[in-house]
Design a protein around this ligand. Sequence first.
Ligand code: ZN
Length: 114
Amino acid sequence: MVQSGGGFTLVEVLLVLTVIGVVIAVSIPLFGGYLEQVSSAACMANRSQFRRMYEAHLIAEGKRHSLLEFGAFLDSYDKEICPGSGVIAFLEQRISCSVHQDNDEDDGESVPFL
Ligand SMILES: [Zn+2]
């Protein structure tokens, strides 16, 4: 007689590998989208914090906003603002990122200086 018990048949192993492959194929795009959302939210929060620190810097130093002043403060800011390595710039009255867009949730927090 053929001995049975112990170990799996080839079909069982292939079935398990196929199921694992399907699970991975489904979860990777979902996980990637989630990571992008988290990265975008972190970038927006960091830009908001950076803007507050820049405004405090202007008040503390008695300076007025200018692109030169903004650039100097940005260079001296030692924390990473965009986790996606986006370029931070002052465009259209707000601090923008080259990678992440602002959600159009204008909560009245547009930059008040100028
Ligand atoms: Zn960004």
